[in-house]
Ligand binder design. Structure first.
Ligand SMILES: [Fe+2]
Ligand SMILES: [Fe+2]
Length: 256
């Protein structure tokens, strides 16, 4: 995706941008890119000005909308959530497609498909939130990879051709140091035997910001069947440790 500096700065507001630390700027850039790709979410959203009062980490599902959300089925599956609620579906499909086409393991394809979905609920620290959302339903290595991908984005790994931080440097023209908790998460992941589970998500992320490319879930239905334990009661109604998160995503309008 070609990022137009001026429209990016306009979308965030130059004043607000000046107050952000570099890691927040990097987050703002990613949210801008994801929103550019997510036309449907964009059309339903209010203008930046109208949204001004909301904290930047708020997921789109929790923001005021112009159009009501589509109703969910009684026993919703991951596919229902993917189509009707989870964020960045186009970006996640591009990422998973790249993983599939480059012959990566099925669990990596699955992790790519899920990696940014939780941003519909919350954008701040989305790697950690995403890992918790999916943990009861996927192989541990999949949610482990999702947890750390948010931190790994900030660190290059030339062994797999990952140089994402260069984009941040081009946009902001500066070196930046992520905060300690990101550095610590990176160190933890880097020294773990599952490091590649997370690193491969960031590698596929690189190729997944193409505007105007529309993909479908069709090639992933069987992969989801093999890699995601769908509860018979429907997501949100199975009493799992993250069932409440699925219910909030399904119905963000509940007052309590
Ligand atoms: Fe992400
Ligand atoms: Fe992503």
């Amino acid at each position: 995706m070609i990022v137009d500096r001026r429209s990016f700065f306009a979308s965030v507001g130059v004043g607000a941008l000046n107050l952000m630390d570099p890691e927040e700027k990097a987050e703002a850039l990613e949210h801008y890119m994801l929103d550019q790709m997510d036309e449907e979410a964009d059309a339903a959203k209010l203008s930046e000005q109208e949204q001004e009062a909301a904290p930047r980490g708020t997921g789109n599902l929790l923001l005021p909308r112009r159009t009501p959300l589509a109703p969910m089925p009684d026993k919703p599956t991951l596919v229902d959530f993917f189509k009707l609620r989870l964020a960045s579906s186009n970006h996640c499909l591009q990422s998973a497609t790249h993983a599939l086409e480059t012959g990566q393991p099925e669990r990596t394809v699955m992790a790519c498909l899920l990696h940014d979905g939780v941003q519909g609920l919350i954008k701040a620290d989305h790697g950690w939130w995403g890992a918790q959302l999916y943990e009861p339903y996927v192989e541990e290595r999949v949610s482990w990879g999702i947890r750390y991908h948010g931190a790994l984005r900030f660190y290059p790994d030339s062994s797999v051709g990952y140089e994402y931080p260069d984009l941040y440097n081009r946009i902001f023209g500066e070196d930046y140091t992520p905060p300690n908790y990101i550095r610590q998460a990176y160190d933890e992941a880097r020294n773990h035997s599952w490091y590649m589970e997370s690193r491969l998500i960031t590698v596929n992320d690189l190729y997944a910001f193409e505007e105007g490319v529309e993909l479908t879930l069709d090639p992933f239905i069987d992969i989801i069947g093999r890699n995601f334990k769908s509860p018979a009661e429907g997501l949100g109604y199975d009493n799992s440790p993250s069932a409440h998160m699925w219910r909030t995503i399904a119905n963000p309008d509940k007052p309590l």
